[in-house]
Design a protein around this ligand. Structure first.
Ligand code: ADE
Length: 245
């Protein structure tokens, strides 16, 4: 997989070379190039923003440098990449989205800052490549850089050969292969720590009982923390109550 990242803060992406993602790059499983958007400005101050038409607070990113940046990346590519624009007004970025992105050969990330990028940039980009505007969650970051770091980590670890034991991708929270429930609690040695013991079922050596306990814990956690992930059927107890009424 190839990733191109356009940003006014290239230094944000130095940590990508650490840990698993850096190892994946060294192994030739992924490569990325970080581009400074200001390279495509032509004034003395290397201006990338201006005041918003219609008034209002803050500044908007000018379209021209973005257009030239995309021209340069497209000019070097055999086929158009998929443009990924992190924005709080995008579709939710989920594990399923990470899997979709992991299947693509080339991603181009556009990191917005200030009040966002002039809307014509995405409108024009849609005429030349697939575009995905994605949100990490219902909160506002100062720019797209931190979102791109998170997206890349979520995507690159799904590439074949990046995570040593692929089974660990199956059981984790939000796994597309699993039920989409949150992951069960995990324990390691020592058996007893500060008065807290590892649940005895995990010591039983009985795989069926361990699996059943974990499924129950996953479901309980999901109900308590993320009921939105469960189908719309009410819990069994409620069905019982309704039938009694
Ligand atoms: N940029 C600013 N806020 C963001 C968010 N919540 N998700 C993705 N990109 C963003």
């Amino acid at each position: 997989m190839q990733a191109d990242i356009v940003t006014i803060f290239p230094d944000y992406f130095a940590p990508l070379d650490l840990s698993l993602i850096g190892k994946a790059r060294a192994a030739g499983l992924v490569d990325w190039r970080v581009h400074d958007l200001r390279a495509w400005t032509h004034d003395r101050h290397r201006t990338v923003d201006d005041t918003p038409y219609g008034g209002g607070a803050g500044m908007v990113m000018k379209p021209e440098p973005w257009g030239e940046a995309f021209d340069a990346v497209l000019g070097r590519a055999d086929a158009p990449p998929t443009l990924v624009v992190p924005t709080p007004s995008g579709e939710p970025f989920r594990q399923a989205t990470a899997h979709e992105f992991a299947a693509l050969p080339h991603l181009l990330f556009a990191c917005g800052r200030y009040e966002g990028i002039d809307a014509r940039v995405v409108e024009h980009a849609r005429t030349r490549m697939p575009v995905r505007e994605v949100s990490l969650g219902d909160y506002v970051l100062n720019g797209g850089e931190v979102a791109v770091l998170a997206i890349l980590e979520a995507v690159v670890r799904l590439l074949p050969g990046v995570v040593g034991n692929p089974a660990s991708l199956v059981e984790e929270s939000h796994s597309v292969a699993g039920a989409g429930w949150l992951e069960y609690p995990v324990y390691t040695k020592p058996l007893s720590w500060r008065g807290l013991d590892v649940p005895p079922v995990l010591l039983s050596g009985h795989h069926g009982q361990v699996a059943a306990w974990r499924a129950e814990q996953s479901l309980e956690r999901t109900r308590a923390r993320r009921p939105d992930l469960l189908p719309d059927t009410p819990p069994a107890a409620e069905i019982g109550d309704a039938e009694l009424a």
